[in-house]
Design a protein around this ligand. Structure first.
Ligand SMILES: Nc1nc2c(c(=O)[nH]1)N[C@H]1C(S)=C(S)[C@@H](COP(=O)(O)O)O[C@H]1N2
Ligand SMILES: [Mo]
Length: 530
């Protein structure tokens, strides 16, 4: 539209020869905001220190004299950084206004100022101690966004009526069009900058935690787990792999956004009905004896055949040792654990104090620091109990109390107080309604943590139960795979599975839904042989 009006060939005599002061100031401010926001977003995507805004702030802190820092801390306390960043935003915004005001006739002075600021930001970014070679892309993006916005809005600004200029109608445009274009352009820039800044902030929080995870580094267990024996799964025939890679590990929590807790800020308070309160830092925890054990976690909300079950090597500190140091008092039958966001979980004390038990405060999963979505920096894991009564992620508080006194999150919502994992099995292959070849094995997984699986049987088309082959047992606390080989006739079939645990209990056919304490019933799969 504007191009068709012949702007390219237009000379400044047909445009307003200067921009109105309020328009110029706004254009400068918006351009600065666009640059700042985009630079911040690109920066946090690259590295925790590449954001030009934060880099300038960090440099300011580094360069500030000691008396000023002391003054800031004593005056603003833990808000000192927010005050600094807010003050910076005001100063930078003012520079944006100045960039606009010195460019009422031509955009050039403002553009020169933006380039100069881009240079300052670049120096701040590359002088960060952990600066990487791609970090410069962030101030570059900021400069392009600011200068591009400035040139564009400035041009639109010159088309709007200025006190000394011509009316845009004289420039061949219907009155109102340029003003609307300027307003629309400004609104787009303002909204875009807001989104970029907010997105950048969100990611910045995340990257601070990622940086903390990286700083934790490799966690070496004092007592490493023995290697997984051969034959621990039938993955080649469609069972899950024995170990679930972290990225595939099931995830269940009530969190819309993940808590972001840095290891260096983490504390665990152990209190309530104890002889001695204990406060632990991450360093305290990580420097203790660390055991490493493969454990299978499961969620109570699994319906029959559900996928909320996974196995990992967990590395951590035995809870029995820590609770022994705290001295659990008589009658404290519940350990109420709380995560940093207030979610609570009630575990029977006996499940945590068994000296041979593997209940632990976990700091690593499959050899790496806990992924954020699985509870970084510390979570609880207890073999044999559903996650809702044992698996507190982002744990920060352990209170020895009683079931009579305190009700945890899911207990208040109708789930059972006690949540031992039920003996269960699931067919993974063939998949539901799959079309398969005649000698496709029936394969899957069975679990009965702390008891162990002794037998899995499969029956086809409601025939006789046939014992399935079992994978090598790794421990009674982990799942066990099964496989039934055979040759099935062409046509439609149904396969059913049932497991028996080492206490002699065989899964009941009676179907119960997951609430309140876990589903029961046999998993079955229909498939077609062709
Ligand atoms: N803080 C917190 N911890 C939590 C939950 C939660 O909602 N919040 N969910 C629990 C439930 S119901 C389960 S099954 C396990 C799942 O752990 P995962 O997501 O690491 O597999 O975490 C448990 N720990
Ligand atoms: Mo769960």
């Amino acid at each position: 539209m504007l191009e068709r009006a012949g702007m390219a060939s237009m000379t400044s005599t047909r445009l307003a020869n200067s921009v109105a002061a309020p328009v110029a100031a706004t254009v400068g401010l918006l351009s600065m905001a666009a640059g700042l926001a985009l630079g911040h977003l690109v920066g946090v995507l690259i590295s925790p220190t590449a954001s030009p805004f934060l880099a300038v702030g960090s440099s300011a802190i580094d360069l500030a004299p000691a008396w000023l820092k002391d003054f800031a801390v004593s005056t603003f306390g833990s808000y000192d950084k927010i005050v600094l960043l807010a003050g910076m935003a005001v100063v930078i915004g003012a520079i944006g206004v100045i960039a606009g005001l010195i460019s009422r006739r031509s955009a050039v002075p403002g553009l020169v100022l933006f380039v100069a600021l881009g240079l300052v930001a670049s120096i701040a970014v590359v002088s960060r101690p952990a600066a990487g070679s791609f970090d410069l892309l962030a101030p570059l993006a900021a400069l392009i966004a600011a200068a591009g916005t400035f040139a564009t809005l400035h041009r639109l600004g010159r088309l709007t009526p200025a006190e000394s200029g011509v009316h845009p109608a004289d420039a061949g445009l219907p009155a109102g069009v340029p003003r609307r274009a300027l307003l629309t352009g400004s609104a787009v820039v303002a909204v875009g900058a807001g989104i970029a800044a907010a997105g950048g902030q969100l990611l910045a929080g995340r990257s601070a935690v990622e940086a903390s995870r990286q700083a934790v580094g490799r966690i070496v267990p004092t007592v490493p787990a023995p290697p997984i024996p051969r034959g621990a799964d039938f993955a080649g025939d469609g069972s899950p792999t024995f170990i679930t890679p972290n990225r595939d590990f099931y995830r269940v929590d009530v969190n819309l956004t993940l808590p972001r807790l840095r290891a260096e800020d983490w504390r665990l308070r152990i209190h309530g009905m104890v002889d001695r309160e204990i406060m632990l830092s991450f360093r305290d925890l990580a420097s203790r004896a660390l055991i490493e054990v493969p454990l299978t976690m499961a969620c109570v909300s699994n319906e029959i055949g559900g996928r909320y079950i996974s196995t990992a090597y967990f590395t951590g500190v035995r809870l029995a040792d820590i609770l022994a140091e705290a001295g659990v008092q008589r009658g404290a039958d519940q350990v109420l654990s709380t995560s940093v966001d207030g979610w609570t979980c009630g575990t029977p004390t006996a499940a945590l104090t068994d000296p041979d038990g593997k209940a632990m405060l976990v700091i690593a999963m499959n050899g790496e620091p806990l992924p954020v979505e699985h509870g970084f920096p510390v979570r609880m894991v207890v073999p044999g109990l559903y996650g809702y009564v044992s698996g507190t992620k982002w744990i920060t508080d352990l209170e020895l109390t009683t079931f009579a006194a305190r009700q945890a999150y899911w207990l208040q919502r109708g789930w059972a107080q006690q949540g031992p994992i039920k003996t269960m099995s699931r067919i993974d292959s063939p998949g539901a309604f799959a079309r398969v070849g005649p000698d496709t094995p029936i394969a899957g997984v069975a679990w009965a943590q702390t008891r162990g699986i002794s037998r899995v049987e499969v029956r086809i088309d409601h025939g006789v139960w046939q014992p399935a082959e079992l994978s090598t047992e790794v421990s009674v606390d982990t799942w066990r795979m099964f496989r039934l080989r055979g040759r099935w006739a062409p046509g439609a079939h149904v396969a059913e599975v049932r497991a028996t645990d080492k206490k002699g209990y065989t899964q009941t056919a009676d179907r119960a839904s997951a609430i309140p304490d876990g589903a029961t019933g046999w998993h079955s799969v229909q498939f077609t042989v062709q």
